[in-house]
Design a protein. Structure first.
Length: 254
């Protein structure tokens, strides 16, 4: 067996940046955490923990401090927690204006990020599949599914951010009911579009997008018809003062 030693070794750029951010957090005041181990290196994770940067498994494990998103990234639902935390804080403190600003900024960010992801998916779906070595006999159908699926990203993001606002004010029941309704619609539409209309992959993707649209409409209607500080007014969809607090690409602060 031949052993070949690599000429260079060390962290890639993303991991190096993540570790540097964790060290900066350790040097600052306050408690710091990483969502999961920041890298798959127990020695580095151990050194950071000895400096006060502890890994956690769920955001709900902490109620204060700074959470660092690990180098592998997280799903869109995690980013909506920024809106959840701010909304819960302002709602509990009775700060109606700040609560309203948070709601409208969160919905705006959800809409904009969903549209961006939709365009990225439409443009790069086939390229991503080719990069992964998808077989030629299925790449056409796979690309079609992904393109249709990505069209539903604005609805997906709007539901997640809207549901985060509702959960922040203690309403955990209705977001769950909306998910159940959309799930049932998805299953029924799969049967109708695939079996009755023979739409195959496109039918499955369309059913998913329609179900996401339904959950989105339900949660936005809930916010729109509310008579409290978190009522949604479509004419006030951008309150920029809150946007920097709602989203960060390395830290979510509590």
């Amino acid at each position: 067996m031949e052993i070949i030693l690599a000429e260079n070794h060390g962290f890639c750029y993303g991991v190096k940046r993540a570790v540097e951010m964790a060290n900066e957090a350790a040097d600052s005041d306050g408690k710091s955490y990483t969502l999961g181990p920041i890298i798959h290196n127990p020695q580095v994770v151990g050194r950071l923990e000895s400096k006060g940067v502890s890994p956690i498994q769920e955001v709900s494990d902490i109620d204060e401090g700074t959470m660092i998103i690990r180098s592998h990234g997280v799903g869109p639902a995690i980013y909506s927690l920024g809106a959840n935390v701010l909304a819960a804080r302002f709602y509990a403190a009775g700060k109606d204006r700040e609560m309203s600003d948070t709601v409208h900024t969160a919905v705006t960010l959800a809409l904009v990020s969903g549209i961006v992801m939709a365009f990225v998916g439409l443009i790069f779906s086939r390229w991503a599949l080719e990069l992964m070595g998808t077989p030629d006999d299925v790449i056409g159908q796979s690309a079609l599914y992904m393109k249709i699926y990505f069209l539903g990203m604005p609805f997906f993001m709007l539901y997640n951010y809207g549901a985060a606002i509702l959960r922040a004010v203690g309403d955990t029941k209705r977001p769950l009911i909306f998910l159940v309704i959309s799930g049932v619609v998805n299953a029924v539409l799969n049967l109708i579009l695939v079996i009755m209309f023979h739409m195959d992959v496109a039918g499955v993707a369309i059913a998913t997008v329609i179900s996401q649209l339904i959950s989105c409409i339900l949660v936005l209607r809930c916010l729109r018809t509310s008579k409290t500080s978190y009522q949604l007014h479509f004419g006030k969809l951008m309150q920029g003062a809150m946007s920097a607090k709602l989203c960060g690409f390395g830290y979510i602060e509590f």
